[in-house]
Design a protein around this ligand. Structure first.
Ligand code: FAD
Ligand code: FES
Length: 243
């Protein structure tokens, strides 16, 4: 499948906002596209940050060679991609859903928040200068690790405060760095609140064939690309995942 770049501009230092025309199959929040980057043998997985009228939005950090090559693509350039892939966040009409995320874990949560009115979000960044997407959430609590803006602390600490104050959601959806996902899962467990996390593993095929993306969940290895990336946090063997 082809993606034609409509726009690819910086959102903050080292973070790009890409829009591309592409006909995706079931482009639901939490699912991802697997992009063939010119000059690199392996595709790069990037979550959907939005999809409207045949246009996908991808927000990605420039980490290494692959994302640096993506960042120089311009309007009219085309990429080959697969998607949308994986299991996203299951919709749960009538349930009070709280989103908790940090850094470049925010794109899929923003997509969920925009398409599921009534959700509240706890969004964290290291420092105010690295704030991305936060102002686009319909209802948000902002946290910074260094206290430069919003709540001074990590998103899971803000979550714990809300829960202590009796503001209990029916479920929590989370995306971000693995240590944050683990901490969010632990807080939710303490209050018996179902929690679903989007796991991140290095990927090969992206379609369940190579097992590169195996993750210990539910007592055996599951494929992040096909069985996930969204999993019930209670199933994840965090000690193995964070080795
Ligand atoms: C399901 C999923 C969704 C993602 N969504 C986003 C997103 O919305 N925004 C965003 O900024 N990042 C996202 N990532 C992370 C992104 O895929 C990596 O940052 C990117 O692949 C790094 O490639 P690179 O060539 O720049 O870095 P390098 O480190 O040079 O990559 C080398 C190899 O490792 C793989 N790789 C490196 N880091 C990761 C990683 N963290 N996860 C998976 N593969 C990795 C690359 O695909 C490549 O094969 C997602 C990862 C997954 C698994
Ligand atoms: S990346 Fe090949 S099985 Fe998941």
């Amino acid at each position: 499948m082809n993606g034609k770049i409509v726009r690819n501009t910086p959102l903050a230092e080292g973070v790009m906002d890409m829009r591309m025309e592409t006909a995706l199959n079931n482009p639901a929040p939490g699912r991802f596209v697997h992009i063939a980057v010119p000059g690199f043998p392996l595709r790069r997985p990037i979550s959907l940050c939005g999809y409207e009228n045949g246009e996908a939005r991808l927000v990605y950090a420039v980490k290494g060679g692959g994302t640096a090559a993506l960042a120089v693509l311009r309007e009219g350039d085309c990429v080959d991609l697969l998607g949308a892939l994986g299991n996203g966040y299951a919709p749960a009409p009538g349930l009070k859903t709280l989103l908790v995320g940090g850094g470049v874990g925010l794109p899929p949560l923003l997509y969920y928040a925009k398409t599921h009115p009534g959700t509240h979000t706890i969004a964290g960044c290291r420092t105010n200068g690295q704030k991305v997407l936060v102002d686009e959430f319909p209802s948000v609590d902002f946290c910074t690790d260094d206290g430069s803006a919003g709540f001074h602390g990590f998103p899971h600490q803000r979550l714990e405060l809300l829960l202590k104050n009796g503001e209990l959601p029916d479920r929590v959806l989370s995306c971000g760095p693995l240590p944050l996902l683990r901490a969010v899962a632990e807080v939710c467990k303490g209050y018996s609140i179902p929690c679903f996390v989007s796991m991140e593993e290095r990927m090969g095929c992206g379609i369940g064939a190579c097992l590169v993306c195996a993750c210990a969940a539910g007592g055996h290895y599951r494929r992040v690309c096909k069985d996930g990336p969204v999993f019930d946090a209670a199933e994840i063997s965090w000690e193995e995942v964070l080795l």
